[in-house]
Design a protein around this ligand. Structure first.
Ligand code: DAH
Length: 347
C-alpha cells in the first residue's frame, strides 16, 4: 500500500475506481470478471480485511466498519448493474427483433379448377338441363365391351382407330373410349328409355405429341327410346353447341363412319376464332370438329338389350380437352398433364 495514505483514504479510492470500472462493464462475462477483480479473494478490499490484524488495535473497529461498508456498496452496485444489463439486453432484442404486425400477410397460393374440369362441368350442366343423367362406368374394360359389343369384332379393320393398352390379363384392357359405357347403361336401363352422358378418362397407346395424349377425357352422350330420330340428335347437339360456344354458333354435320352408329356423322362448329373465314386454328376450313355422333347401330341396341325394331337411339362422343383447347386457343395438349402452375393459373 502506498505510503502516507491512510487506510480510510485507500478504501475511498478502492470504492471509486471499482465503481468507475463497473460503469464500463457491458455484458455478463465482463460482469463476472469485475466481480473477481473487485470482490474476489485477491481484490483490494479483501486484502484490507486480511491485513486488519496488522492495524493498531484502537483503529481496527473504524477501519473494519469502513471496509465492510465499501464491500457492501460494491455488492449493491454489482447487483444493480446486473439488473440494468439484463434490461438493456431485453430492450435491444425488442427493438432489433421487432415484428411489424401491421405488414400485409403473404398470400397463400390457392388452387383452382383445372381447365378441363371447368369444361366438363359446363358440359354436365348443359346436358343436365336437357334431362341427361351422368352415368359412370369403369376405366378398366374388357375387349368385349370396348370393341365386340360395339360392333367391332376382332380383326375388324376399324380397330386401327383405337391403339389399345392391354393388361397382363388376356382380354382386359384400358378403355380406349367411353362408348363401352353405352352397353353398361343400356343393360342397366333396358327396356326403359335411357338419357345419359358418360364422362371419363380414356387411354390410347399413341405417340404423345402437341395434338395427342395417351390419356384424355371423353364425354359420351346416349339417348335410347321408342321414337328417337336423327332430327332429335341434330336438335340436341345443336342446342349443346350453342350453349357451349355461344348463341350465334353455327354447326354442320358431316357424314362419317363409326362401327357402332349407322348413319354416322361428325359435328363441326363454325370457327369462333375467325368467324368462318379460315385461320390457323381451323386450318383454313372455317370449321372446327367437336364430336362424332350417329344413330345407335341395331346390333349395338340389341347387345344393350333393346329390340331394334321397336327402339332407336342416338349417341355422340366428344373430347373435353379438345374443346378446352379450342375455346382458349391452347396450342399444345401436353400442357393439360404437365402440372405447370403457370399454365393452370391462367384459367
Ligand atoms: N368413341 C368414338 C371415339 O372415341 C367417338 C364417338 C363417335 C362416340 C360416334 C359416339 C359416336 O358415341 O356416336 O372416337
Amino acid at each position: 500500500m502506498p505510503e502516507g495514505q491512510t487506510i480510510i483514504e485507500q478504501l475511498e479510492q478502492i470504492q471509486q475506481s471499482a465503481l468507475r470500472a463497473l460503469e464500463m462493464v457491458q455484458d455478463e462475462a465482463a460482469l463476472q470478471e469485475w466481480r473477481v477483480a473487485h470482490l474476489g479473494r485477491h481484490s483490494s478490499v479483501m486484502q484490507i480485511f486480511s491485513h486488519l490484524s496488522e492495524v493498531p488495535k484502537e483503529e481496527r473497529p473504524r477501519i473494519g466498519q469502513r471496509a465492510n461498508q465499501v464491500k457492501q456498496a460494491l455488492e449493491a452496485a454489482l447487483e444493480a448493474r446486473a439488473k440494468q444489463l439484463k434490461r438493456l439486453a431485453l430492450e435491444r432484442s425488442l427493438t432489433s427483433e421487432r415484428l411489424d404486425v401491421t405488414l400485409p400477410g403473404r398470400q397463400p397460393v390457392r388452387g383452382r379448377l383445372h381447365p378441363t374440369t371447368q369444361t366438363l362441368r359446363k358440359i354436365y350442366s348443359i346436358f343436365a338441363d336437357m334431362g341427361f343423367q351422368i352415368y359412370r362406368s369403369r376405366d378398366v374394360e374388357t375387349d368385349e365391351y370396348n370393341f365386340e359389343l360395339l360392333n367391332i369384332p376382332a380383326y375388324h379393320p376399324a380397330r386401327d382407330m383405337w391403339d389399345t393398352f392391354h393388361t397382363t390379363r388376356p382380354g382386359v384392357i384400358l378403355r380406349t373410349h367411353t362408348s363401352p359405357g353405352q352397353i353398361h347403361a343400356m343393360r342397366e336401363f333396358a327396356p326403359e328409355p335411357v338419357r345419359v352422358i358418360l364422362p371419363g378418362m380414356c387411354y390410347r397407346y399413341e405417340q404423345i405429341s402437341a395434338r395427342s395424349e395417351i390419356q384424355f377425357n371423353q364425354v359420351e352422350v346416349l339417348a335410347v327410346g321408342r321414337k328417337i330420330t336423327f332430327s332429335d340428335m341434330k336438335g340436341t347437339l345443336n342446342d349443346f353447341a350453342r350453349r357451349m360456344f355461344g348463341a350465334q354458333a353455327r354447326t354442320r354435320l358431316r357424314p362419317s363412319y363409326f362401327p357402332f352408329t349407322e348413319p354416322s356423322a361428325e359435328m363441326d362448329v363454325e370457327c369462333f376464332v375467325c368467324g368462318g373465314k379460315g385461320c390457323q386454328i381451323c386450318k383454313g376450313s372455317g370449321w372446327l370438329e367437336i364430336m362424332g355422333c350417329g344413330m345407335v347401330h341395331p346390333i349395338v341396341l340389341q347387345n344393350g338389350g333393346y329390340d331394334p325394331r321397336q327402339y332407336s337411339g342416338f349417341a355422340a362422343g366428344m373430347g373435353p380437352e379438345r374443346i378446352t383447347l379450342l375455346l382458349h386457343r391452347i396450342e399444345d395438349i401436353r400442357y393439360f398433364w404437365a402440372n405447370d402452375v403457370r399454365f393452370l393459373t391462367q384459367f
